[in-house]
Design a protein around this ligand. Structure first.
Ligand code: GLY
Ligand code: MN
Ligand code: MN
Length: 439
């Protein structure tokens, strides 16, 4: 079920059709279900582009945009109805059921795609398509080759264009309707983090915290985390994408939680780092406050017209100042930059686009190689961090085995940055007042 009206999907499709023009054809595919082990499958999650353009959520789907074809401009290929399979695995729309609700000019079974594809290719100039790593890639490109170089006197597109560019540029700036859904996704995730803070106490397992967070997602209609939840105490927090979540939380350690939900296909992405015992040590607190200052300054700089690279640099420079202040790096700023010494403790950038995918689509650079500038409607994360592994004997002992990352989701507006996850506690005073208050 989609939170958007059918008109929104048809406006998006019109924008795509206008962009590819009468001589173009665009094809988007969603994969079949993927086997997990023996006869179980991974939970299916459709391609974001397909959902964005149609709202259709079933596996094994192809959308064809072929302006002026004899079947119309927008043609869907979907799984056929199959009473036996539906009894076991769930309902399907089938072509007859999908055509009208999803606004297609025509709909056929996915098997029919194989025989019908060449007719959409005839006399067209450009194919907008991108290999997506699954079963339809080779079929589509092989068909194109057969048609163009075959001997039956038919022609097909000579130009292959990355099919993602048009749609991903559309997805980069979110509409009001999308922003409303993202606000909700951000709110559910903020509440989940706060709940985790309230329940945290020494002796709990990381997976218990994960369960509290993901239970809150499910209870609020977000069926999946937007990525595997990262719940790492102590040294585990220095592994950027730690997902084992199987250790016991120790008093004296800081717990890093990076978790967000997917609500109606829109991701949230929040990181909070806080002391398991409820109180930072003096050394932990110094590191925490330094990262927090960098995060807040970087959020405040996320204004319309700023090149994305300037945001990355702002966070990086703040982190270098923090490493100086904490007396962890003593070299000059020039030397730190030239030798990228900061990367030992801050190996990532300031953040990324956020939307239907957690690392959302859209170009980061213009065609001339310059950074894209921030525009109203974009949503980005700001997530500086410092990671001090337990095995690094160059570091003062009291901060070894400490990872701090603080991450919020920021909507770029003409009036300045708006923090969608502002309700998630992050000041030292708020954290220390909340942690463990329910245990
Ligand atoms: N949760 C992945 C990231 O923050 O990029
Ligand atoms: Mn994250
Ligand atoms: Mn992120």
């Amino acid at each position: 079920m989609q939170p958007f009206s059918v008109d929104i999907f048809s406006q998006r499709r019109k924008q795509l059709l206008d962009a590819i023009g009468e001589d173009g054809i665009a094809i988007f595919t969603s994969p079949p279900e993927r086997k997990r082990s023996n006869d179980t499958s991974y939970p299916f999650r459709p391609s974001s582009d397909i959902v964005y353009l149609s709202g259709f959520e079933e596996a094994n789907t192809v959308l064809v945009f072929a302006p002026g074809s004899e079947d119309g401009d927008f043609i869907m290929f979907v799984n056929k109805r199959d009473p036996l399979k539906e009894t076991w695995d769930g309902r399907r729309y089938g072509p007859e059921g999908a055509k009208d609700p999803f606004g297609a000019d025509a709909a056929f079974t996915i098997e029919e795609f194989k025989e019908k594809l060449p007719q959409y290719f005839y006399k067209r100039e450009a194919l907008y398509f991108t290999r997506d790593g699954h079963v339809w890639d080779d079929f589509i490109l092989d068909k194109l080759t057969q048609l163009r170089f075959g001997r039956d006197g038919k022609s097909g597109p000579r130009v292959l264009i990355d099919g993602r560019e048009i749609v991903h540029d559309m997805r980069l700036r979110k509409s009001e309707d999308e922003i409303a859904v993202m606000r909700k996704s951000a709110k559910i995730a903020s509440q989940a983090h706060e709940l985790a803070m309230r329940h945290t106490h020494p002796g709990m397992m990381e997976f218990e915290i994960q369960a509290i967070i993901e239970n809150h997602f499910h209870k609020n209609g977000a069926p999946f985390p937007a990525y595997t939840s990262i719940v790492g105490g102590g040294d585990n927090a220095t592994i950027l994408h730690y997902i084992e979540n199987r250790s016991e939380l120790q008093s004296g350690d800081v717990l890093l939680i990076d978790a967000g939900c997917e609500y109606h296909y829109y991701a949230s992405d929040i990181t909070r780092s806080f002391p398991v015992s409820g109180k930072f040590s003096a050394a932990q607190r110094d590191v925490y406050e330094a990262v927090l200052e960098v995060e807040i300054n970087t959020i405040n700089a996320a204004k319309v017209g700023q090149p994305y690279g300037a945001i990355h640099n702002m966070a990086r420079d703040g982190i270098i100042d923090a490493l100086h202040q904490l007396k962890i790096l003593k070299e000059s700023k020039e030397e730190i930059l030239e030798k990228e010494l900061f990367k030992k403790y801050y190996p990532h950038r300031s953040g990324h686009y956020l939307g239907m995918d957690v690392h959302d689509v859209g170009a980061y650079s213009e065609r001339d190689g310059s950074w894209k500038t921030l525009q109203a409607g974009m949503v980005i994360t700001v997530e500086p961090g410092l990671y001090f592994p337990a095995h690094d004997t160059d570091l003062p002992e009291e901060i070894r085995g400490l990872g701090i990352r603080i991450e919020d989701d920021i909507l770029i507006t003409d009036k300045g940055p708006e923090n969608l996850t502002a309700s998630c506690p992050k000041s030292v005073a708020d954290l220390e007042a909340i942690i463990g208050s329910k245990s």
